[in-house]
Design a protein around this ligand. Structure first.
Ligand code: CMC
Length: 430
């Protein structure tokens, strides 16, 4: 730690030295924790544009370079060589597992896939057209009522069991939500299958005929899950951390993360992108659509474009775009008008000064929905897929936080702009 900065009150001349904390890579961060005590002021940073909310060893993004590292490993290398469960293990434990460790982890995950039967009954209470994210968020929160015997957050073994349970059961809950919307019977998990193959089976199998799991689809899902597994202190992860910092039941904290992910500015963008492409309809309408995007009064955004951190290509978007070609070809679905439209839209936007000057590039969600669609996953389930993958990151970040002996409740301050003190008036006098 070195002092390189100070904050000076120009009216009183009082100065407060600020320590700059250095990470392993990335900009240093000013430790302002003494500022309020010393100077009686808060810092004001709506949207956390310049605030590091925590120290973390899990994921690193260099937004200008378009770089994403999980525990130091480039996401490109993991996408090419690893598997989702290996990445989940890496995120949680910090090192690449040995063969034996990975085997034990996979076994544990695949032996925690069933959910309590009573929990499954919750789905009967939802209307058939309930959004799957609403069901998943509610049912994940309800897990706190079922698995409360192993949620002593001070106990590392309890934390481990929780982590395995939530990673294992999320696909089962997601599939139950999907089957409920279809009015089809729930398909139980099969522990002899791999993680994504099991999920496809639970989504698409029916009791009345055999279902052949397409290995291409399982592989594509696994790759998408690697790319979505963690993304440092994004909105949903910060939500999990904030909820968890109160000592809340970890299932409740993950449910809070699912809810935060749902918004169209975050994980809900993958669903919104396809709605947008449908709305544009054809290449001929792109220019007209972009006029609306650039009109500040129109409140239309180019969904799947832009990112708080990436001011260059989102490396995940590049991988997914390449994947679209391969997956569509392998599935024999090369004639895909939405993919063609998305490619053209990207090409035109990247030549347009509005997007160039603001450094707006395609993000992870621009192309992911095209692959999900090609795999037969309905639009309303896209964000659920994101949630399944991001659970690995949420769990890793939650574990990192609660195992930190210095953990404190997250409690931001505010700049109050409401009325000053005033006296209550009886209703007759108002
Ligand atoms: N379309 C049009 N204009 C945009 C877009 C967009 N997608 N994104 C940003 N801008 C403009 C924005 O209007 C502003 O312009 P100006 O400076 O003239 O006011 C400027 O770019 C900066 O935007 P911002 O909203 O201040 O940036 P932010 O960092 O607060 O927001 C974002 C980041 C991802 C919410 C935003 O880019 C966005 O809404 N994108 C579309 C939704 C989306 O694709 N979200 C998925 C994000 S990646 C996956 C994930 O995190 O889950």
């Amino acid at each position: 730690m070195s002092t390189k900065y100070e904050l000076k009150n120009l009216a009183t001349g009082k100065t407060t030295p600020l320590n700059a904390i250095t990470g392993t890579i990335g900009p240093e961060a000013l430790d302002i924790s003494s500022l309020t005590k010393e100077q009686g002021v808060f810092t004001f940073d709506p949207g956390f544009m310049a605030t590091a909310s925590t120290e973390s060893k899990i994921t690193y993004i260099d937004g200008d370079a378009g770089m994403l590292l999980y525990r130091g490993y480039p996401v490109e290398q993991l996408a090419e060589k690893s598997s989702f469960l290996e990445v989940a293990n890496l995120l949680i434990n910090g090192t690449l597992p040995t063969k034996a460790e990975l085997c034990a982890f996979q076994n544990s995950i695949m032996r925690h896939t069933m959910v309590n039967e009573q929990l499954l009954r919750f789905f009967q209470g939802f209307h058939h057209d309930a959004h799957p994210m609403a069901m998943v968020s509610a049912v994940v929160a309800s897990m706190a009522a079922f698995y409360h015997d192993t949620t002593d957050i001070e106990d590392p073994r309890h934390r481990e069991i929780f982590s395995h349970r939530i990673i294992a059961k999320l696909p089962t809950i997601a599939a139950a939500a999907y089957k409920h919307t279809l009015g089809q019977p729930f398909i139980y998990p099969r522990n002899d299958l791999r993680y994504c193959a099991n999920m496809l089976n639970m989504f698409f199998a029916v009791p009345c005929e055999p279902y052949a799991i397409d290995p291409v689809a399982a592989e594509a899902l696994d790759l998408l899950f690697i790319l979505h597994a963690d993304h440092e202190q994004n909105a949903s992860t910060s939500t999990v951390r904030l909820a968890g910092s109160t000592g809340a039941n970890p299932y409740a904290a993950i449910s809070a993360g699912v809810s935060a992910l749902w918004g169209p500015a975050h994980g809900g963008a993958n669903e919104a992108v396809l709605d947008m492409l449908d709305g544009i309809g054809s290449v001929a309408n792109i220019d007209k659509f972009l006029v609306r995007v650039k009109d500040k009064n129109d409140h239309v955004r180019l969904m799947g474009f832009g990112h708080r951190v990436y001011k260059n290509f989102d490396p995940r978007a590049k991988i997914i775009r390449g994947m679209c070609y391969r997956v569509l070809e392998k599935l024999g679905k090369t004639d895909n008008p939405l993919f063609e439209l998305a490619l053209k839209l990207e090409e035109i936007a990247l030549k347009d000064d509005y997007f160039v000057s603001r450094k707006l590039y395609p993000n992870v969600d621009f192309y992911s929905g095209i692959i999900y669609s090609a795999l037969g996953i309905p639009r309303s389930m896209f964000t659920v897929m994101f949630a399944i993958a991001r659970t690995a990151g949420w769990v890793a970040q939650w574990q990192e936080m609660v195992s930190d002996p210095h953990m404190r409740i997250g409690r931001p301050r505010q700049l109050y702009t409401g009325p000053t003190q005033r006296d209550y008036q009886s209703i007759e006098k108002r």
